[in-house]
Ligand binder design. Structure first.
Ligand code: SAM
Length: 223
């Protein structure tokens, strides 16, 4: 039997383990109709977020960067009854779309979208900490600051996931455009995630095409 291509294998894994349902498909269609860019995570990444949330027994999840609510739906569906997802989004135009998509996917009761610059909103979350899982997927240059906040808002055993932490290798070893602010933010994120003694971390190439992916950390000592 022929060896299947990476694409075939990804399609099969998506079909078997991470099929999109009506709520997820509707969120993508609504985002497209509203002219939002299709820069959401892949279904495999969504399922991995769900799996990590369940592994952490997550009851409270924080997301930084909502776009149209696609990753938020995957995360919210991992929550038990009474669980809560707080999603931070800078663009007020997105907020209405996100809330509608959350409601349409049946997770409106357990989700909240807060509109503003994440670095302004994060200090107001200390009363709601600890979060069991934090997903970072907003602007790239402040990623190291988002990591500091994620640790501060965590407990031992919390999981921190950051998207776009590979960027074709640039976020791992740098490149000619290392001076570019976003690349520098991602490089620094990986440097800290891999060396902070409070974290056990790994970068995993999990997007379609395997040129980008998550850095996943477990908070492994008191914060
Ligand atoms: N997590 C989403 C998903 O997979 O469905 C995709 C998020 S998209 C890559 C990044 C989002 O972060 C955009 O919606 C953008 O408006 C938002 N964003 C950018 N800078 C931000 C900031 N400083 N604070 C909060 N949100 C920000």
């Amino acid at each position: 039997q022929r060896v299947q291509t990476q694409n075939d294998i990804e399609t099969a894994i998506t079909e078997i383990f991470a099929p999109e349902d009506e709520g997820l498909r509707n969120a993508l269609a609504t985002a497209k109709a509203a002219g939002l860019p299709a820069i959401q995570i892949s279904p495999i990444q969504g399922k991995l977020l769900q799996l990590l949330a369940r592994a952490a027994n997550a009851k409270k999840i924080l997301e930084i960067g909502s776009l149209a609510g696609y990753s938020g739906i995957w995360l919210a569906r991992a929550l038990p009854e009474g669980g809560r997802l707080i999603s931070l989004e800078i663009d007020p135009k997105h907020a209405m779309i996100i809330r509608n998509s959350f409601a349409n996917a049946g997770v409106g009761d357990r989700t909240e979208v807060r509109v503003g610059k994440a670095l302004d909103l994060l200090p107001h979350l200390t009363n709601e900490a600890p979060f069991d899982l934090v997903f970072i997927d907003a602007d790239k240059s402040p990623y190291p600051h988002y990591l500091d906040w994620a640790i501060q808002l965590s407990r031992p055993g919390s999981i921190i996931v950051a998207d776009n932490c590979i960027r074709g290798g640039k976020a791992l070893r740098g490149s000619d455009d290392e001076q570019e602010e976003s690349t520098a933010g991602l490089l620094e994120y990986n440097r800290r995630a891999s060396s902070d003694p409070r974290l056990t971390s790994l970068a995993l190439a999990v997007d379609s095409g395997h040129t980008d992916g998550f850095t996943i950390s477990v908070v492994s000592s008191p914060v």
